[in-house]
Design a protein around this ligand. Sequence first.
Ligand code: NAD
Length: 291
Amino acid sequence: MILLDGKKASAIVQETIAKEVSSIKKQGKRPPHLVAILVGKNGASVTYVNNKVTACERVGFNSSIIELPENVTQDELLKKIKELNEDNNIDGFIVQLPLPKHINEQEVLLSINPDKDADGFHPTNFGRMALGLESFIPATPYGILELLTQYQIPTEGKNVVVIGRSDIVGKPISILLSQKPWNATVTLTHSRTHNLTDYTKKADIIIAAIGIPNFLKAEMIKDGVVIIDVGITRVEDSSSKKGFRIVGDVDFENVKEKTSHITPVPGGVGPMTIAMLLKNTLNAYIRNQKR
Ligand code: NAD
C-alpha cells in the first residue's frame, strides 16, 4: 500500500507557485491577492479560512479576510461582493460556505465575477469545465487530479466510482475524470443508489465524498483499489486537545492493506484543496494582468 501524501504533493505545488510569485515581485509588480469572505464564526469555517490565508502568505500572495456577522443581510453581502468584483487589486475571492440559512447561497455564488471565482463554483466556470474549456476548476477536484498525476496513477479506461454528488466535489470530479486526458469510465453514486457495494467492488479507483465517518468498509472494495477519501468530519474526542478529531469517509485502518494507494485523513485531499485554490488565484492574477 502506498500512502498518497497530500502534504508532500501540496508542498510541491506551493513551491512552484512561490517561485512564480518571487519572479513577479522581482519585476516590481504586486503579487496576487486573494480575499476570503467569512460570515459568522462557524468553527470549521474559521479554521479553513485561516488555513487558506496562511497558505497565501507562505507563497507570497497578499491575502485578507472580510469578516461579516452571522446576521449580515443578503443585500449587505452582495454589496461587499460587488465591491470586490470591481476592485482591480483583488484577483480572486471566495465566500466560505456554508452561509447562514437566511442567505441564498446560489444567488451569492451567481453574483461573483466568474473571472475572480477562485473556488470555481460559478455556473459559468462549472459550465466551461463541463465543456472542457478553460475555467477555474473547483479546488478539491483539481487537487484530486493533481494527486493522481503526481503519483502517476493511470486513469485511462479505469473503472472510477465516485460516492457523493455534491456540486463542489462529486459532480465535478465525475465530469473531469470522464473527459480527456483522464479518460476514465465513471459511475457517480449517491444516497439513492441501490446496492452501492455492487459498484464499489468493481472499482479500480474510488472517490468518497459523503461526510459519513468510516463509511467505506473493507468488504465493499476489491484488492488493489486506489482510494481517495475526501470526507472531513469532526468527531468528539476528549483525548485530543481540541476536543475533536478529523475522520474521513473511509474505514482507513481496515481498508488500507487491501488498497494499492490510499489518502490519509487528515493529510490527504485537504492540503491539496488549499494548494489548488492558490493555483486558481495565480491563474486569476495572470488573467487580471492581461486585461
Ligand atoms: P455534501 O455534504 O454536500 O453531500 C453529501 C453527498 O453524499 C450527497 O451527494 C449524498 O447523495 C451522498 N451520500 C450521503 N449518504 C450516502 C450514502 N449512504 N451512500 C452514498 N452516497 C451518500 O458533499 P460534499 O460537500 O462533497 O462533502 C462531503 C464530505 O467531503 C464532507 O465530509 C466534507 O466536509 C468533505 N469535503 C472535504 C473537502 C476537502 O478539502 N478535503 C472539500 C469539500 C468537502
